[in-house]
Design a protein around this ligand. Structure first.
Ligand SMILES: Nc1ncnc2c1ncn2[C@@H]1O[C@H](COP(=O)(O)OP(=O)(O)OP(=O)(O)O)[C@@H](O)[C@H]1O
Length: 368
């Protein structure tokens, strides 16, 4: 839960390029992780660059707390004095220095800023102790990102800006890096903004989401609210439509190979994952195509996740029908995508109580 006292990053500006117009009027609470999410070309990187000071908007300003960085299109605080830790897709480490040399460089420049961060703690937290003496050249993609992240934290920033931190990595490297991205901002108390066009990544990492489409902010708020309200199809090239739900871990059953979680009073079963602590809250992504509808509670099915739900909306779409469901008796919501033929056969109407059959539930980020 984010506190009301978080410092605000106020972005009220306009930046025009040939064929592109970025207009932002948002105050972003700097606590936890905020995803800047949207399709390619929507302006995500440009927004980050305006915050970092690498691009300067021609109208309006950028302000952190009570400090104006840009006012009326004029830079008042230079990029190097903003204390933002920027991590680009390619890491951008100093190639002529070792891993340790890269960290030393950042440490020396920021030591006067204090804030209790020690290089040793960062090295340990990013798991790069075995890499310290290595030249930067020859590190794997995942290692490079961890070193870049460590260097950014050692620079003792007030804010981390991460541009597509997982892109270009293979599945194994993404899985390995993701927990670091999730845990490090909280561990070192540094809020982070990260750019992504991957819905799974956003679900796994973010507390808040700011959605950009065509240079305009179309949604901004806590992740659950925004992603459940959004039509994800145009943002994910039609690839993903679904819902994000939070559930509480109840128990693990290695014999049956399942972990049971509680979703608003209803039991759900995930593939066994004993690394999830009991009573911890986990975020799940349920793909709408994995949710079918039955009029009565079915028996003799291999699907174990069957929830009583009420239909709250039916929306015909190009490829089928999207159904919004409210989980009974709680307040959770799910989305289902079925064919028009199925809708006709089942004769579904808004308000009807039915059963949702969930084929698979993934822990956010585990499918990357
Ligand atoms: N240096 C530049 N000069 C001119 N136009 C640019 C420049 N950099 C980006 N653009 C344009 O600005 C728009 C926004 O680009 P931006 O990189 O911010 O989008 P994005 O959402 O980060 O995209 P992606 O997900 O593909 O990285 C695009 O139309 C892009 O072509």
């Amino acid at each position: 839960m984010l506190s009301v006292s978080a410092e605000l990053l106020s972005c009220h500006f306009r930046l025009r390029r040939k064929g592109f117009d970025l207009r932002v009027a948002e105050a972003i609470p700097l606590e936890g992780v905020t995803a800047v999410f949207g399709p390619s070309g929507s302006g995500k990187t440009t927004l980050l660059r305006c915050i970092a000071g690498l691009d300067v908007p021609e109208e309006g300003g950028v302000r952190l707390g009570d400090q104006d960085w840009v006012r009326d299109g004029k830079t008042l605080v230079k990029p190097q004095h903003r204390r933002v830790g920027l991590v680009f897709q390619d890491g951008r480490l100093f190639q002529h220095l070792s891993v340790e040399g890269n960290l030393d460089y950042a440490d020396r420049r920021s030591r006067k800023d204090g804030n209790g961060i020690s290089v040793g703690d960062v090295v340990e937290a990013t798991g790069i102790t075995p890499l310290l003496k290595r030249p930067v050249e020859g590190l794997s993609g995942g290692e490079t990102r961890r070193v870049a992240l460590a260097r950014a934290i050692v620079s003792r920033p007030r804010l981390l800006l991460l541009d597509e931190p997982l892109s270009g990595l293979d599945r194994a490297a993404r899985r390995e890096l993701l927990p670091y991205l999730r845990d490090l901002p909280e561990r070192f108390g540094i809020p982070a903004l990260f750019v992504s066009h991957d819905i799974e990544e956003v679900t796994a990492l973010a507390d808040r989401v700011l959605v950009l489409q065509g240079g305009n902010v179309t949604a901004h708020g806590p992740i659950g609210d925004v992603l459940n309200m959004l039509d994800l199809a145009p943002l994910t090239d039609g690839a993903r439509q679904g819902s994000v739900v939070e559930a509480v871990v109840r128990s693990h059953d290695p014999g049956l190979g399942v972990t049971q979680v509680d979703l608003k009073g209803q039991a759900l079963h995930l593939p066994l994952n004993e690394s999830l602590a009991e009573n911890s809250v986990v975020r799940l992504f349920v793909d709408a195509r994995d949710v079918s509808i039955a009029l009565t509670r079915p028996t003799g099915l291999s699907i174990r996740n069957i929830l009583p739900v009420r239909i709250t909306a039916l929306s015909p779409e190009a490829g089928g029908v999207e159904i919004d469901l409210s989980v009974l008796p709680g307040t959770g919501t799910l989305k289902s995508r079925i064919t028009r033929a199925a809708l006709r056969d089942l004769d579904l109407v808004v308000g009807q109580e039915v059963f949702a059959l969930i084929k698979s539930v993934s822990l956010a980020g585990q499918n990357n």
